[in-house]
Write a protein that binds this ligand. Structure first.
Ligand code: PBG
Ligand code: ZN
Length: 325
């Protein structure tokens, strides 16, 4: 005789159709943003060793690849530039015909419907690999912000849809907003990397973007991993400065922070599933130690459950195929 249990949660788990009906969170194509690396090297399609499946693409290759992204139903890409020349002030970052403006123009010509987000920082453009101008070994804040404004304007003039400052300098969101408005770009949104931790998970990205700092680290501007209240403070400042979307980065180790922001803010939230998180999944999957599809979709579901609206992920192409299946 079965027990007369009143509650049997398994009732709703037995039938796959019913499981679908009561599922609480969904990863949709519209949630995905695909990060891409654009290099000045014409014709390049250089595989990135620590990020299997990702490439540095020449400006002439990027539009082609974006067409594939768009055909998969992914609505947006975020671009990182690798310039021809680096110098102490990152001057290529705000050149009118720099690598990012040229890429944006090429993409807009081929895929006018694709949302193009541009990362705004100096570390890919400086010879020392730091996110700002230096005085000795110290990063200058306000002088750097001025350059970030110019960089944002160069991207906006080229036709990007959203600028995404990732530098973590104080006051940059307000300054960029002011700069964009003064130039007539009142409707170019800012996706602020508001809560960006000084993380070991950025390693593979720095290979990909050729942006490893020549000395020291990024702890003087990126956040200290154990801090939680500070994340809310930082997000509040960016909201008050006019950010249109907020980001938490990295993703998986900071799901608690994502949930905190979801509960305290009503702006759309993005999460960055960063290069190191991607590399770990790819490495384990390549050895047959995990089932890649299951783990990726489980990770993406975790972001939605924690409260993300948008997910920046190198898995976007695979995820789009799996979502469509
Ligand atoms: C540049 C920037 C970084 C990432 C995005 N923008 C690297 C860094 O801060 O060193 C990391 C993204 C990733 O790891 O996938 N400031
Ligand atoms: Zn940087």
């Amino acid at each position: 005789m079965p027990y007369p249990f009143l509650h049997r949660p398994r009732r709703l788990r037995m039938n796959p159709r019913i499981r679908d009906m009561v599922r609480e969170n969904h990863v949709r194509l519209d949630d995905l943003v695909y990060p891409m690396f654009v290099t000045h090297r014409a014709g390049a399609r250089n595989p990135i060793e620590s990020m299997p499946g990702c490439f540095q693409l020449g400006v002439d290759q990027i539009a082609e690849e974006c067409r594939r992204v768009q055909d998969l139903g992914i609505p947006a890409v975020i671009l990182f530039g690798i310039p021809e020349a680096k110098d102490a002030t990152g001057s290529q970052a705000w050149q009118e015909h720099g690598v990012i403006p040229r890429a944006v123009e090429a993409i807009k010509k081929t895929c006018p419907g694709l949302v193009v987000i541009t990362d705004v920082c100096l570390c890919e453009y400086t010879s020392h690999g730091h996110c700002g101008l230096l005085d000795g070994e110290r990063i200058l804040n306000d002088e750097t912000v001025e350059i970030l404004v110019k960089e944002s304007l160069a991207h906006a003039r080229a036709g990007c849809d959203i600028v995404a400052p990732s530098d973590m300098m104080d006051g940059r969101v307000a300054a960029i907003r002011q700069g964009l408005d003064a130039a007539g770009f009142h409707y170019t949104p800012i996706l602020a990397y508001s809560v960006k931790y000084a993380s070991g998970y950025y390693g593979p990205f720095r290979d990909a973007a050729e942006s490893t700092p020549a000395f020291g680290d990024r702890r003087s501007h990126q956040m200290d991993p154990p801090n939680r209240r500070e994340a809310l403070r930082q997000a509040r400042l960016d909201q008050e400065a006019g950010a249109d979307l907020l980001m938490v980065k990295p993703g998986l180790p900071y799901l608690d922070i994502l949930r905190d922001l979801r509960e305290c803010f009503d702006l759309p939230l993005a999460v960055y599933n960063v290069s190191g998180e991607y590399a770990m999944v790819k490495a384990a999957a390549a050895r047959g130690w995990i089932d890649e599809k299951r783990v990726v979709m489980e990770n993406l579901a975790a972001f939605k459950r924690a409260g993300a609206d948008l997910i920046l992920t190198y898995h976007a192409l695979d995820a789009a195929r799996w979502i469509q299946e």
